[in-house]
Design a protein around this ligand. Sequence first.
Ligand SMILES: Cc1cc2nc3c(=O)[nH]c(=O)nc-3n(C[C@H](O)[C@H](O)[C@H](O)COP(=O)(O)OP(=O)(O)OC[C@H]3O[C@@H](n4cnc5c(N)ncnc54)[C@H](O)[C@@H]3O)c2cc1C
Length: 499
Amino acid sequence: MFDDMLGTAMSERGKQLLKDFPALQVLHKHDRKGVNGMIKVAEDCEEYNRRYAEPMALEIDERIGRDHDYFNWDIVKAGCQYRFLSLAIPEGVGGIAGKYIVTNMALAVHELCSTCGGIGLIFGAHTLGVSPLITAGAMAHWDTVLHEIAEEEKKGNPVLMAYAITEPSAGTDVEDPEFLAKGKIGMEARRTKGGYVINGRKCFISNGREAKYLTLTAALDRNRPLETWTTFLIENGMPGYSTPRVERKMGQRASHATELLFEDVFVPDSHVLGYPGDGMVNGILMVMGASRGPVGAIATGIATGAYNHFMAWAKTRRNGHAPIDEERIRMAAADMHAMLCANRNLFINHALVADASFGKVLAHPLVNSTYLTPRAIRTSKPMYKLLNSMAGKAFINTLLGLFISDEEITHILALASMAKFHCADNAMKITSKALELMGADDSEDRRWVEKCFRDAKLCQIYEGTNQLNRLCLYDTEISKELTVEIPRPFRAPLKVEVN
Ligand SMILES: Cc1cc2nc3c(=O)[nH]c(=O)nc-3n(C[C@H](O)[C@H](O)[C@H](O)COP(=O)(O)OP(=O)(O)OC[C@H]3O[C@@H](n4cnc5c(N)ncnc54)[C@H](O)[C@@H]3O)c2cc1C
């Protein structure tokens, strides 16, 4: 019956995807082309997993356990043929992102992480690094940095990005306006002629050592971090910039978490994304509104991997007995299945709502019409200067404000936080239950589940701990104390009461 509804031309993966995500089944009736694009993303990820990730993931994880400096570039290069680095790069500058930018991203990391959370994180953290360029509407850099990433990827050369907001003395504090207002910030970007000089450290930055470009937030005045929080584009190779240390990780090991050191790093004015002082909105809250839902997808992917290995173990007969013959194992399987269904609905719900705003802007004819201007003009010096000027930024932000309201962005952030903490908590429940029931079994399935358990834990920590995300949901949707105000020209900088 289901086959009849979807038509026989659809691949098995496509049919399964629509069964797993009922919202996509409904959407398929209204936008067949858009959903077919999502199916293609899922199929590509599945093929990548089968050909590259599955044969390598356990080996990479174990090798990094012994040698935490090791990074496997081959696994990243293999992703180029599927355009994983261009998932958030607009089509007009060579990427593959359109009106389902968030949904495709969520589906991609969900699928990739069902085999390996660490490999999935390399691509996920890269997209996170790209995000502030999109949310700040930094079109001057779309035609340079994003174009370069997309074009190099087509040639099989991965150019990675990273997103750097966490500091040694401020992790949770940088992700919430109220906490940032009283946070102890170490990094400072001091005004100088033609730009800023940055000093300080960032820590735990995924892809930090491997990234050619970083998006970074820093205070212009450490005593007024919230009002002066600003987003910058950093290029690896800027004098004074280094990556002294890579962390020893428990999970998601294939992706490095790195300490970044800035010693008098000069960053030109052109590399300020958005307005100076609006970093909490364009560099954090809008980015998190897009990316926390996909973290829920990462967690769900990892838990799905654990569930699949658990079920394979449960159905394996030894001496005439299979664990699945026992009622307690069947009940545990039903619990896991229900949690995975709930997770999928939560993160796809966020993604589709986010795309009704972010995707709508990206695919809008007005944005697309800018690509009718020849590239030579778009990348000319005067145009670069205009787009980076206050007038150019004001124009882009005014347009953005016409398409997305503060209420929409606030609601998207609430859905993102809810998907993030609920999916991550369920992933911990699923992976730990599976590991517990498999006991001291020394099968390959148990090795995978043990890795999934370690990988799942990180989903409760990054992109704001689950505690912070609970508070964010409360502030935005329950008490309605926090509204994300999109930066607009002449709008007063964000301020909060500090008790
Ligand atoms: C492997 C890894 C990769 C990461 N990747 C990146 C990255 O790519 N880019 C990046 O910028 N950052 C990254 N992070 C940083 C991550 O986002 C932070 O670790 C996270 O925000 C928590 O900050 P913290 O570790 O300083 O913990 P803390 O802020 O010190 O928090 C410690 C505990 O206290 C709780 N807590 C703190 N303040 C409050 C409060 N006011 N109310 C209630 N509870 C509170 C927290 O929830 C947590 O449980 C990564 C971290 C890890 C471990």
